[in-house]
Design a protein around this ligand. Structure first.
Ligand code: SF4
Length: 349
């Protein structure tokens, strides 16, 4: 059964055949805590016959979300500590996040901002708040890049997006505008001419970072939506979260990265999952993540390699955490090849 509209309640999920009716009460306790949204495109991708389906695991609520560990926190990457005005996060000197909206077309069960996004979240920036955010960007000439994230900025109407882009277009020191989104995968038809025209309204170099975690998300419709963006002159990169039970396998992760490159999307970040509340069932040890990432080396093209990163809790920014291929000792370097062989550098004569 394919849903005709976004599913937002346990009852919607049951009616669409995505939840056994005898689990309605149990899942309602999860829904009372965290928002649900499953678009028709995602509902159609879920394999109802597979209890471990990696698409279902990302989007269908799970009672495991009710377990919050002591190390988990509402603001796992420390946005609040770096927010000088509402909607802006200024963590690095040359770039800011602009969080214009706090709703998404889907609600990912592992979301690092799950306490901030959703119908109960922080809402959309009002006109005065947006003006204050633009004033902040205008006043700091070190800001080279503005990253629209959220929430998913591509849920904004083309009219509102165009207004934001025109305002950014009038700030000379802003050279790059980047959008982080799931829309091309979860609602590919939304990437239409009006939306693309809005994205181009600034005249700035514009990037779209596509969030996808499993190769099955890159459907023909999703790839066509990305092609429309890229053909219009918008560059694309990827971001993926390394998730237990979704893509914690080099073959699956490799297929996803190849799918990105085939779609003209450069693999960018592979995130270790953040310490968001109720998400421990998605996390693995960093050492396990390093093994998976190392297995990609040598098995898939260099073009397909993502950078494995951890957002350091507390707002200290990203650290690259891939296994270090080089060690220093006994007066020389030792470099590991992709089969695990060790080689001296420089080689001995
Ligand atoms: S689309 Fe992004 S911000 Fe929205 S729920 Fe998913 S991970 Fe969170």
């Amino acid at each position: 059964m394919t849903a005709a509209r976004t599913l937002k309640t346990p009852q919607d999920l049951a009616d669409a055949g995505l939840l056994d009716r005898d689990r309605l009460a149990e899942i309602q306790t999860v829904a009372d805590r965290y928002a649900i949204a499953v678009t028709p495109a995602i509902a159609g991708l879920i394999n109802r016959n597979d209890p471990a389906d990696p698409i279902a695991r990302q989007f269908l609520p799970d009672p495991a979300e009710l377990l919050t560990l002591p190390e988990e926190r509402a603001d796992p990457i420390g946005d609040a500590a770096h927010s000088p005005v509402k909607g802006i996060v200024h963590r690095y000197p040359d770039r800011v996040l602009l969080k214009a909206v706090h709703v998404c077309p889907v609600y990912c069960r592992f979301c690092f901002r799950r306490e901030m996004v959703g119908p109960q979240g922080e809402g959309t920036l009002g006109p005065d708040e947006m003006a204050a955010a633009m004033d902040y960007i205008r006043a700091d000439t070190d800001i080279w890049e503005v990253i629209l994230t959220g929430g998913d900025p591509l849920v904004l109407s083309p009219r509102r997006l165009a207004a934001i882009m025109e305002a950014l277009g009038a700030i000379p020191h802003v050279k790059i505008v980047r959008f982080h989104t799931r829309v091309p995968v979860v609602d590919p038809d939304h990437i239409d001419g009006a939306l693309i025209a809005a994205l181009k309204a600034s005249g700035k170099t514009t990037y779209v970072a596509l969030h996808a975690n499993h190769p099955r998300e890159l459907t023909d419709a999703a790839r066509a939506a990305c092609a429309r963006l890229i053909d219009a002159g918008i560059a694309m990169v990827s971001q993926t979260v390394l998730l237990r039970g979704v893509n914690d396998d080099p073959a699956i992760l490799g297929a996803l990265m190849k799918g990105f490159v085939e779609t003209r999307i450069k693999p960018y970040y592979l995130h270790h999952p953040d310490l968001a509340p109720g998400t421990s069932h998605f996390r693995m040890e960093i050492a396990e993540g390093q093994k998976i990432v190392s297995a990609l080396r040598g098995t898939i093209s260099g073009l397909c390699q993502p950078t494995y990163v951890l957002d350091i809790p507390g707002g200290h920014g990203k650290a690259v955490i891939g296994e270090n291929a080089i060690r220093y000792g006994d007066g020389c370097y030792s470099v590991a090849d992709f089969r695990g062989g060790e080689h001296r550098y420089p080689p001995q004569a």
